[in-house]
Ligand binder design. Sequence first.
Ligand code: FAS
Ligand code: PHB
Length: 389
Amino acid sequence: MRTQVLIIGGGPSGLLLSQLLDKKGIDTLVLERKTRDYVLSRIRAGILEQGFVQLMREAGVSSRMDKECFVHDGTVIASGEEQFRIDFTEHTGTPVVVYGQTELTRDLYDAREAAGGKIIFEVEGVEIHDARTDKPYVTFSKDGVEQRIDADYIAGCDGFHGVSRQSIPLDVRREYEKIYPFGWLGILSETPPVHHELIYSASERGFSLCSMRNDNLSRYYIQCSLSDSPSDWSDQLFWDELKRRMPSAYADKLVTGPSIEKSIAPLRSFVTEPMRWGRLFLCGDAAHIVPPTGAKGLNTAASDIHYLYHGLVDAILEGDNEGLDRYSEKALARIWKAERFSWWMTSLLHRFPDQNDFDLKMQGAELTFLQSNREAQSAMAQNYVGLPY
Ligand code: FAS
Ligand code: PHB
């Protein structure tokens, strides 16, 4: 088999790239380790920057999102009983969109199927060969049969635990990592959101976040210990702890109900450089991870896809390689700004086990400065709605 662009990974990065290239008449093939249902069972991101929304529109996959999404002009930041609002639209002219990653991935799968896109599920043992030549190829097995696909380019969209990043030699890769000493316990409940916008709360008991997916599907998170497991947290224990970590004005009107999903995500900051190795290009979580506090994970995958999509179109249709030659440099420039913002939001709102009284005073002063300074709020808003591509 042969294709122009082989995409490893059928998550949002791989599917969006495949759909965008297909609309330009460029042949792609997606290799996915799991089943479609498994991919869609993972509950992840919820906030989209306008850049992501524009890419979904350009890909012709935005009609359900445009109909069903929420548009948020701001967010609440709370500390104990104190709370204030950051107005994104006032500071930047741009809102954010609330539309679950699960739904946009479903829309992308439906679009690929409608377009006759080639996706091979449940592949095993994917290996990348000759990435440094102009004839790269991939081998893998499917239903026990060894297969090979030759390509002009390979996009590694296979997430943090994928094979693509590992295919770049260790003496070429430079990796940067910070592991946070806590996780996020998240639940999904068929209950009305406690507030019409998100509420990021810092409390002496730890961080919490109130988010949503629609008028009757809420997403809540609390900071938890890395030694916790979801089974340690009954629904009642979760609801009681969440209420302790938000202003009582919201806790008193929180509608609780049975969790329909409960999981713990570890928090890390991670970047690998470079994001290109010959004709292999890394995108999204395959190249970088952020703590979800700044809602940047999925949105940095989008800017990678933007740069790679335009680079591949210019190279394949015009013979102009500048976009591909500058891909890693341009993608990393924006990624590091998102890493900084995600680290800053996480440091601002979480309790760290090794914090001393001075550290707590610094955290409190940072929050008070953000609450009282218009320029600080403008800087936070610019980062949250998404810095330019
Ligand atoms: P993904 O990991 O989504 O997709 C990679 C795909 O490649 C997967 O389907 C995988 O099965 C496949 N794959 C892996 N290895 C393969 C191989 N060898 N061969 C073939 N296929 C292979 N971001 C936010 O903004 N907010 C959040 O709240 C948030 N919560 C998260 C919670 C968790 C538990 C995780 C892990 C991430 C979370 N993220 C969040 C970040 C998340 O949304 C990612 O940024 C987003 O999924 C990135 O998409 P992809 O780059 O497509 O990677
Ligand atoms: C979510 O709705 O899942 C969500 C929202 C904002 C974040 C992280 C997760 O910062």
